[in-house]
Design a protein around this ligand. Structure first.
Ligand SMILES: Cc1cc2nc3c(=O)[nH]c(=O)nc-3n(C[C@H](O)[C@H](O)[C@H](O)COP(=O)(O)OP(=O)(O)OC[C@H]3O[C@@H](n4cnc5c(N)ncnc54)[C@H](O)[C@@H]3O)c2cc1C
Ligand SMILES: NC(=O)c1ccc[n+]([C@@H]2O[C@H](COP(=O)([O-])OP(=O)(O)OC[C@H]3O[C@@H](n4cnc5c(N)ncnc54)[C@H](O)[C@@H]3O)[C@@H](O)[C@H]2O)c1
Length: 511
């Protein structure tokens, strides 16, 4: 996954260059972290547990982030994984109530009400609890927490709201922020931050983008009863995912009620006289179409590193074209005392990856053991409807890397849906390197895909072979058992022979 992106072009440096001393070797802190999100909290906490004197600074709390607002816990806890998953849970009840009838339940669909306000209140309460829990975790680990905006002054100095602190090492863990398209009317659109804080559920919404956030929020709003139009530039959503998975997922999204608008580019958004929004989108031939009467337009068009005004370039840290911090395989920047982890380095934008990188840096700086995060077989899940989970190579990437592959696939109607009436199906795929018979990729679209894939990720990570997978007894009845019972190869992918191969020289003149 994203292996090519992992090489930043920086050369490997040796541990000693980040070790004791800057000028004088006497510092306020051994490690000063800017940003108390997933990577910053984990790196700080672990460094402190290894005996380092650690401080972390974080912006004041708010539900919606800005240049001046943030909060301990960061994106995942306050504006990402956690509130998003709570919204997914909220939306799943709508399907559950509807599908219960198939199993004999009489659900009073007429009188069924959802209070968006109560839900948002419950969500806020949980986020406040988590924010406090994270602060306590830092306190218990003896990490000094400073509230304010951090800025790098030089390779050993951080300034927080005008006050300066010296540090032997500095960890940049400032994450990213939503990036809006530069089109007329962009200011009328919301991002995922605001989507998690809406005063009411939109009745009709356009979601721009075909990535994780776009398909997740499309699923949430649709299950909550909204008419959802998902607009993306590619023929299929979820670029970078396995091709078959993308195709299957798009079919399921349509079956689940999303109105998909592939191969369209957003042009402008404007406010109608009645206060609602209009979106103009363009086809590749230049013709346009208009989506009208929208309560909201959600821009889910990627995130950019939050490095503006951080003083990094001035301190000698190299930045990439998106403003991402360039690091080597140890998460160290061009300045040996400055390290960076998480979304700000723009490798794989996932919380568990930021945690892994934070722990690696903690070991490197506090134990003086240079530690490399291991990016092989990082699993991930998309909490759309249906869910998607994946680990290892896509078929396309595996084909480029290994050449010959054995592909196993299964598509079926899950047992629950045979009675519930839900039209959704499940798809599973195993990608096997034909030469070694190792399983190099596993993919699933369907209910509980994330929960199922976590266990199989262990097997892929340690190099399970297809025969070993086959030797495992299934758990019946479950969807997961399909992964250990796929016996017939669906497709053998073999290195392509050139269309007009040069004829081999005849063995004998007579031949
Ligand atoms: C809507 C959404 C859903 C997501 N869902 C998932 C999911 O289901 N699973 C998953 O694995 N990942 C998910 N992610 C991605 C995940 O949230 C990020 O990969 C993760 O939070 C990155 O952690 P981080 O430590 O790099 O940055 P962050 O968590 O963003 O933390 C950075 C912190 O730095 C603070 N900060 C910034 N600048 C300064 C400064 N100058 N001074 C002081 N503090 C500063 C910020 O306020 C913030 O608290 C989701 C993201 C979004 C947006
Ligand atoms: N379940 C999860 O683990 C999860 C959930 C949400 C987010 N995340 C992380 O957060 C990151 C950011 O999420 P995201 O969905 O915003 O980003 P993304 O990179 O996944 O998707 C961005 C989408 O915007 C589109 N886009 C970009 N520029 C555009 C333009 N000019 N015009 C039209 N479309 C444009 C892209 O084609 C793509 O479809 C993800 O990469 C992911 O790593 C993870």
């Amino acid at each position: 996954m994203n292996v090519a992106k992992l090489t930043s072009g920086l050369s490997t440096r040796v541990a000693a260059s980040a070790s004791p001393g800057g000028p004088g070797g006497d510092f306020d802190f051994d490690l000063f972290t800017i940003g108390a999100g997933s990577g910053g909290v984990r790196g700080s906490r672990f460094a402190a547990s290894y005996g380092a004197k650690v401080a972390v600074c974080e912006l004041p709390f708010d539900y919606v982030s800005s240049e001046t607002r943030g909060g301990v816990g960061g994106t995942c806890v306050l504006r990402g994984c956690v509130p998003k998953k709570l919204m997914v849970y909220a939306s799943e009840y709508a399907d559950d109530f509807r599908h219960a009838a198939g199993f004999g339940w009489s659900v009073p669909t007429e009188g069924l009400q959802h209070s968006w306000t109560s839900f948002i209140e419950a969500k806020r309460k949980e986020l406040q609890r988590l924010n406090n829990a994270y602060k306590n975790t830092l306190g218990n680990a003896k990490v000094t927490l400073l509230e304010g905006r951090g800025r790098v002054v030089d390779p050993h100095t951080v300034e927080v709201d005008g006050r300066r602190y010296s540090a032997k090492n500095i960890l940049i863990a400032v994450g990213g922020k939503p990036s809006k398209l530069d089109i007329p009317g962009a200011e009328l659109c919301i991002t995922s931050d605001e989507a998690l804080e809406l005063p009411e559920c939109p009745r009709k919404v356009a979601v721009l983008g075909g990535g994780y956030i776009a398909v997740e929020f499309s699923g949430i709003f649709a299950r909550m009863g909204a008419e959802v139009h998902t607009v993306y530039r590619q023929p299929l959503p979820l670029r970078g995912f396995d091709g078959e998975v993308r195709k299957f997922a798009a079919e399921q999204y349509a079956a689940a009620g999303l109105v998909l608008h592939p191969e369209l580019t957003p042009q402008s958004v404007s406010r109608q006289l009645d206060g609602r929004l209009s979106l103009v989108v363009a086809r590749s031939d230049g013709s346009t179409e208009v989506l009208q009467d929208l309560d909201q337009v959600l821009m889910a068009t990627g995130r950019v590193p939050k490095t503006d005004g951080l003083g990094l370039a001035e301190a000698g840290v190299e930045l990439g074209p998106k403003g991402q911090v360039l690091v080597d395989e140890y998460c160290r920047t061009a300045v040996p005392s400055i390290w960076a982890v998480g979304d700000v380095i723009d490798r794989i934008q996932l919380t568990p990856v930021a945690l892994m990188e934070g722990m690696a840096v903690a070991k490197s700086v506090a134990l003086n053991q240079l530690t490399q995060p291991d990016y092989w077989a990082v699993p991930s899940a998309v909490f759309s409807n249906p869910e998607i989970a994946t680990v290892g190579y896509t078929e396309e990437a595996a084909s480029a890397r290994f050449g010959d592959l054995d592909i196993y696939t299964a598509s079926f109607r899950p047992m629950r849906n045979t009675v519930s009436g839900s039209p959704l199906r499940t798809f599973m795929k195993i990608v096997v390197d034909a030469a070694s018979q190792k399983v190099v990729g596993m993919h699933m679209v369907g209910a509980e895909a994330a929960e199922i894939m976590q266990g199989f990720a262990v097997a892929v990570k340690v190099g399970v072979t297809k025969a070993q997978l086959d030797s495992v007894v299934g758990i019946h009845p479950s969807a997961a058992e399909e992964f250990v019972t796929m016996r017939s190869v669906s497709r053998k992918v073999r290195r392509e022979v050139p269309a007009n191969p040069v004829a081999p020289a005849p063995a004998t003149a007579a031949a």
